[in-house]
Design a protein around this ligand. Structure first.
Ligand SMILES: *[C@@H]1O[C@H](CO)[C@@H](O)[C@H](O)[C@H]1NC(C)=O
Ligand SMILES: *[C@@H]1O[C@H](CO)[C@@H](O)[C@H](O)[C@H]1NC(C)=O
Ligand SMILES: *[C@@H]1O[C@H](CO)[C@@H](O)[C@H](O)[C@H]1NC(C)=O
Ligand SMILES: *[C@@H]1O[C@H](CO)[C@@H](O)[C@H](O)[C@H]1NC(C)=O
Ligand SMILES: *[C@@H]1O[C@H](CO)[C@@H](O)[C@H](O)[C@H]1NC(C)=O
Ligand SMILES: *[C@@H]1O[C@H](CO)[C@@H](O)[C@H](O)[C@H]1NC(C)=O
Length: 634
């Protein structure tokens, strides 16, 4: 009843130009009569940009938000990644880099409204589309459907998340104007209206009847059909190469009245390992943005500030084959990965100036960058020699291999160990007949590296050795599929390996807590003096290398280049910067946010190289990124 009264009041206000709003009343709604949003009873058009707090260190949130505000945006669009907050079922983390309310507060202080997208599925090129991998403990769980276990987990999560957000709703004095339900649900095969109805009920229950809830779907009838639901305002998304009249006409077919909304207008695009670096022309972005704003449409630019897939948070696609997303989420966006204004941003600001007042004053400059130069590392050891440190609980024994999910180690790397059942005098094929290496396996026999298997691409390799020799198979989870029908993406050895004609059995499976060991100070805390590897130790096969960047009084942003290194993962002062793979490209440098460096103490660097380190063992800190190179080597 209250909702109906509010709507009537709001419509009257919209019709009369001067708008006699009850003083002090904050409201945000859809005006179906005049095809617009209403904010405090007045027509409102948003010009928004996407920014993901999970991809930016907390220290820089305010800087990025201020730059967005100074571009002339009046709103930001934000995803909430469920797995970032509930990594372990029932244990929630909303502190530090995960402090969503602090982020909302900073946006509010900056003068930015918020379009919130709490999922529960978000896609976002984020690991498993934001779903926690522990959902996969139920073997045949139907994700993003009315599956009882899935819905139960979703309900528990939303019962924690949504009440936190309620005070941040615009009508409650906060800055959240609209809330998206699910994400591009129409592109998912299940097309399960019961699931969407359940979400609608939960969102209404926790956020109230007056909150503007909406859906976002791709620009096809099928997607709009499966993704939309009565009571959730239907919006569409598309990029610069789409005919905008056709696209908004399609939105109109599903939402005959109300504001035109492009919820994801693509300013750039993502990269996978092995791709050419994606670039979207700035002139095109500005032109199409201007056209949409001229039509009175509400536009969110995806991304405005992309940031970084730190740690293991990158997602992956699985269309014709598994392709994992690179560490950088620069996205060729108007603000670079390091938060610097680009030409594209200045062009966009010029367009926005034609439609609304852009705050006066200078655009905050790029943060300072520093080229700290070369650091030479030394070998800190190999995986099998460090198991007491990396795998304190020791191995799980199993006749056949178990998945990461069965071991309950969801991210990173695990070691599968067995012994050769007989002498291999000839090179003998080691086969993954069911394509069950998810996603890369680095194989050594008695410590000697013999090669690797890779999902969808390398399913056979030869090994040799003697009966009883130890076979070490280090398996890397390259990020779970975040889009499409294959998001039940189990990791590890998900099916048997065959040696010659026989199934390999009797495994010892070591969960590896590399991040935990590094957080506790390893390897720098080890008293053992380590020597440069040069001639004495092999640099082939998975191994750790460590060293220190000497402090020079600065803690500025920098970019780490691992020239001639092959593939691996880097930590600095305990922070997992993500994966490097210059050999495959296109990304050549990793973003190192200045605030994680110490200006006064030696900075601890640890590298896990999976294949082969160069003899020089040098890494280079540069003052600019290199996101393009060696592409197409997949
Ligand atoms: C929560 O996340 C922050 C990083 O954002 C981390 O520093 C902290 O240790 C986490 N807390 C727990 C209990 O895991
Ligand atoms: C948001 O900022 C405004 C001032 O800009 C303030 O009045 C309001 O209390 C803030 N809201 C919250 C929830 O902090
Ligand atoms: C968009 O499509 C419409 C027909 O639906 C056509 O009339 C118009 O010329 C197209 N616009 C562009 C820029 O191609
Ligand atoms: C791995 O490390 C252990 C212990 O440091 C060492 O004994 C072994 O030779 C190393 N293996 C290789 C292949 O380097
Ligand atoms: C494995 O070795 C056999 C015989 O030595 C050879 O013919 C075959 O090409 C090798 N296979 C691979 C994948 O290296
Ligand atoms: C580097 O590691 C050592 C040993 O664990 C530790 O004492 C020191 O504080 C670390 N340095 C920084 C900058 O974190």
């Amino acid at each position: 009843m209250a909702a109906v009264l509010l709507l009537v009041a709001v419509n009257l206000a919209c019709l009369s130009v001067c708008g006699h709003v009850v003083s002090g009343e904050r409201s945000f709604s859809v005006d179906y009569k005049n095809d617009c949003f209403l904010k405090d009873g007045k027509p409102f058009q948003y010009i928004s940009g996407s920014i993901h707090y999970s991809r930016i260190p907390r220290y820089y949130w305010k800087d990025r938000l201020l730059k967005m505000y100074m571009t002339g945006l009046n709103a930001i669009q934000v995803y909430v990644p469920w797995n970032f907050h509930e990594a372990v079922q029932g244990i929630y983390n909303f502190t530090g880099d995960r402090d969503l309310e602090h982020f909302l507060d900073l946006a509010n202080q900056t003068g930015l409204l918020v379009i919130l997208r709490p999922g529960p599925y978000i896609c976002a090129e984020w690991e498993m589309g934001g779903l926690p991998a522990w959902l996969l403990q139920k073997p045949n769980i139907r994700l993003r459907s009315a599956d009882t276990d899935y819905v139960q987990a979703v309900s528990n999560w939303l019962a924690v998340l949504l009440p936190k957000l309620k005070p941040w709703l615009y009508s409650n004095g906060g800055n959240i104007i609209t809330v998206q339900v699910e994400n591009e649900y129409g592109s998912y095969y299940a097309c399960d209206y019961n699931y969407m109805r359940h979400l609608r009920t939960l969102f209404r229950f926790f956020l109230g009847e007056d909150t503007v809830l909406f859906t976002t779907d791709g620009n096809t009838d099928r997607e709009m059909m499966c993704g939309t639901l009565e009571g959730l305002y239907a919006t569409i998304d598309f990029g610069t190469d789409t005919n905008i009249t056709d696209a908004f006409n399609r939105q109109r077919r599903f939402e005959p009245r109300g504001p035109l909304v492009n919820s994801e207008f693509y300013t750039g695009w993502l990269d996978h390992w092995g791709d050419q670096h994606a670039v979207v022309d700035a002139q095109k972005v500005s032109r199409v943005l201007g056209e949409m704003l001229t039509m009175g449409a509400n536009v969110n630019m995806y991304m405005f500030e992309g940031g970084t897939n730190f740690g293991y948070w990158n997602g992956a696609d699985h269309d014709s084959r598994f392709r994992s997303v690179v560490t950088s989420y620069d996205y060729d966006a108007p603000l670079s990965e390091a938060g610097d204004p680009t030409e594209k941003l200045l062009d966009i600001r010029d367009v926005i100036k034609q439609f609304r007042d852009v705050p006066s004053g200078p655009m905050p400059p790029a943060t300072p960058k520093f080229a700290y130069g070369f650091v030479t590392l030394s070998k800190a050891g190999n995986i099998s020699g460090l198991l007491n440190i990396l795998s304190p609980p020791g191995p799980v024994k199993s006749q056949y291999p178990l998945t990461f999910e069965e071991i309950k180690q969801y991210y990173g790397y695990m070691l599968y160990q067995t012994t050769l059942p007989w002498d291999l005098s000839e090179p003998t094929p080691l086969i993954s007949p069911m394509n069950g290496v998810h996603d890369r396996a680095y194989v050594s026999v008695n410590g000697a590296f013999q090669g690797l298997l890779e999902r969808d691409t390398v399913l056979v390799m030869n090994i040799s050795g003697q009966k009883g020799d130890t076979v070490d198979i280090l398996v890397e989870n390259m990020g779970r599929v975040n889009f499409g029908s294959k998001i039940n993406d189990y990791k590890g050895l998900v099916s048997n390996l065959i040696l010659g004609k026989d199934v390999l059995t009797d495994w010892k499976i070591y969960p590896l807590d590399i991040d935990g060991a590094i957080t506790r100070g390893w390897p720098q805390s080890n008293s053992r003096q380590s020597f440069p590897a040069f001639w004495t130790e092999s640099t082939v096969g998975p191994a750790f290398y460590s060293g220190t960047l000497q402090p020079n009084g600065l803690a500025w942003d920098t970019f780490l280049k691992l020239n001639e290194w092959t593939k691996g993962q880097v930590w600095i002062n305990g922070v997992n910067l993500g994966r490097y793979w210059p050999a495959r490209g296109p990304q050549q440098t990793l973003y190192v946010p200045g605030p994680l460096l110490s200006s006064t103490q030696p900075n601890n660097i640890t590298v896990l190289e999976l294949e082969k380190a160069p003899a020089h063992l040098r890494i280079l800190f540069m003052d600019r990124p290199q996101l393009s190179g060696a592409a197409g080597k997949s």
